[in-house]
Write a protein that binds this ligand. Sequence first.
Ligand code: ADP
Ligand code: MG
Length: 382
Amino acid sequence: MTNNSFNEKFEEIYKQSAQAISIAPGRVNLIGEFTDYNNGFVLPCALEFATRILYKKREDNKVVVHSLHYPGEHDEFSIDGDITPGESQWGNYIRAVAFVFKRQGHQLCGLDLLIDSNVPQGSGLSSSAALEVSMGGIFNQACQLNLSGQAIALLGQEAENDFMDCQCGIMDQLVSANGKKGHALLMDCRSLETQSVSIPEDLSIVIVNSNYPRKLVDSEYNQRRIDCEEAASKMSVSSLRDATLDNLNAARSIMTDNEYKRAHHVITENHRVLNAVEALKNNNMKTLRELMTASHQSLKNDFEVTVPETDGLVQICQEALGTQGAVRMTGGGFGGAIVCLCRHDDIAKIKEAVEAQYHARFNIHASIYVGKAGDGLQVSEL
Ligand code: ADP
Ligand code: MG
């Protein structure tokens, strides 16, 4: 929707004009999977798909929110007193952000809000982080809190962890807050230091969602976390970030097979992230391909979070691109999406191959998104 008609929608609902707009993007992780909660490295980029929220401060202490995605449903709550979950599933994300800002002692104000987004929901591009960061940007601006992007990201993560009961790491919110157009963001998940890494002009980012319904994800996800913690403790390090392959092999006899394999993935994946940064800087497709292929194999064999559908999609896209592309699964696994880096001219090859083969093999349709690395959070007065 254009800015003009978005504004008109706001006026139609609230009978007055919005004063500012907050924009925060979804993301894709290029490499570094399941390394975040092991204090390691990740390399996501913010996308041009983004969640935009128009707002106007209110005279009273109410927050009223509508979303163009959920017409006919709205949420409203007071920022006085306790903020608790309401009836609206999506409205709870706004309550969650208000809750954590308030818990941190920030003075909030009443707001009229209208959400629009072209981040597909539940497709692995993190529409939830885009929503949290965009909302955090509004409280920051409207209530003059002077918070950094990193502080807003941490509050977004707390909102998701403590109010929405989803134990995600910091990656999604931090890249949504601090991403930079044309760049990926190398993130050290221990120090939260980031470094922008330029993505070569001629590289496209293609995301293919398997649309495989994710099942049993929470218990499997939690078990992997426990295995990683156990493996670290058996190597006497505080997190797998500090373990080497030598440590791992020395401790092999006291580890279960699963602990060994999970730790092997994390230790090797951290190396791959740092090598991928160099390969991106040098526009070295051969090395990127090797690293992303190795990442996928490690996620399949060591971390065991792929499914035949995502393995199949990776294979289809690898075959379509040959030496001219780098492909792997991305995100939390057990379904979800894959990411391909390729030259612009080769995007059509991915589309053709996926359309010709994926449904025939797995009886589900995939969704394809061609993304560009976009900017992180931006709030501007209108
Ligand atoms: P994702 O992988 O996209 O982050 P989640 O399940 O974590 O998937 O988050 C999706 C949820 O975020 C939606 O169910 C909805 O509650 C909320 N959400 C995302 N985008 C919007 C939007 N444009 N308007 C309202 N709610 C949204
Ligand atoms: Mg999410």
